[in-house]
Design a protein around this ligand. Structure first.
Ligand code: SAM
Length: 284
């Protein structure tokens, strides 16, 4: 299917981004989501699920590098890693750059997102599918976390926003399951939205994470297509020392990994929060 049209993001009430669609590459209900894939002159390919932008070819590296490298560089020995969601596989690509990672399991609810991303985002996710450390399960991440006997050193929740199938990934019950399957000293990082536009969602997620993990904070990333100011990534752990790893150690653990956004100095800086986010966190 092709033709010129525009696609509007409908995630936030009262405000949204509009993308010029040079081509509409795909538009269909998958059973879990309404999936739209367009080509935009600024951002390249843009994947939209249920009216919310998920990933674009042009700025995916920003979000994926910060979601992967911050916890992996902070962890002493991230042997077994779990991704919940992450259907476009851009996060898996960053995780697998770490030779210290022995296994990567990805639990994604929607096989269509994986299939379409494999076909249309091969420019960044192609290496993932040939990597013997990578294994995908098509399942609800909340059910997997509640039932699995496996344990993980780092868990990355790369979810849609808290509506539709993603809603369950923002519940206290799900956070309890993550704690159960996290090894001692482990780290959970979760997509917690843009607090300027989603203060209630942010507060609810942080309150749930703190009540389950004790140590829960967040760090910042600015992604052009997740507009509205900084996005926050939740950081939950039983190991507060993971927040104090020196730049020197981070640099050693990142050695040989090329990045376009992440640096050890920026890793440390990303935990310095603007006052209004600090206040939301304190009051959560
Ligand atoms: N970075 C993106 C964002 O914040 O907009 C998220 C990208 S990724 C495409 C989100 C993935 O989460 C989707 O592929 C979706 O199918 C998956 N997902 C949503 N709910 C899920 C659930 N309950 N279990 C597993 N995966 C889920």
């Amino acid at each position: 299917m092709s033709g010129r049209k525009t696609i509007s993001e409908t995630l936030h009430d009262g405000v949204g981004m509009v993308f010029d669609a040079e081509d509409v590459l795909y538009e269909e209900g998958t059973g879990h989501h309404q999936l739209t894939l367009i080509r935009n002159p600024v951002f390249g390919k843009v994947l939209v699920l249920d009216g919310a932008v998920q990933v674009t070819s042009r700025d995916e590296f920003i979000y994926h590098e910060m979601l992967a490298h911050v916890p992996l560089a902070a962890h002493e020995s991230p042997a077994d890693v779990l991704i919940i969601g992450g259907g476009d596989c851009g996060l898996a690509e960053e995780v697998l750059k770490h030779r210290r990672v022995g296994t990567l399991t990805q639990v994604e609810i929607d096989a269509s997102v994986l299939d379409f991303s494999r076909e249309h985002f091969a420019d960044f996710n192609a290496p993932v599918f040939d990597d013997p450390r990578f294994r995908v399960e098509i399942a609800d991440g909340a059910v997997f976390a509640a039932e699995t006997d496996r344990r993980f050193d780092v868990i990355l929740v790369d979810s849609t926003d808290p509506t539709g199938p993603g809603a369950v990934l923002f519940t206290t019950e799900f956070y309890g399951s993550l704690k159960r399957i996290l090894r001692p000293g482990g780290i959970v990082v979760s997509q917690n939205g843009v607090p300027f536009l989603q203060p209630d969602e942010f507060s609810k997620a942080m309150k749930g994470l703190s009540s389950v993990f004790g140590t829960a904070t967040c760090y910042l990333v600015s992604v052009p297509t997740y507009f509205g100011g900084h996005m926050t990534l939740g950081w939950s752990t039983d190991n507060p020392a993971s927040l104090a790893v020196s730049e020197e150690t981070l640099a050693e653990r990142m050695s040989g990994i090329e990045t376009r956004y992440y640096t050890p100095a920026h890793h440390r800086a990303a935990f310095a929060l603007p006052r209004f986010i600090e206040t939301l966190l304190e009051n959560a």
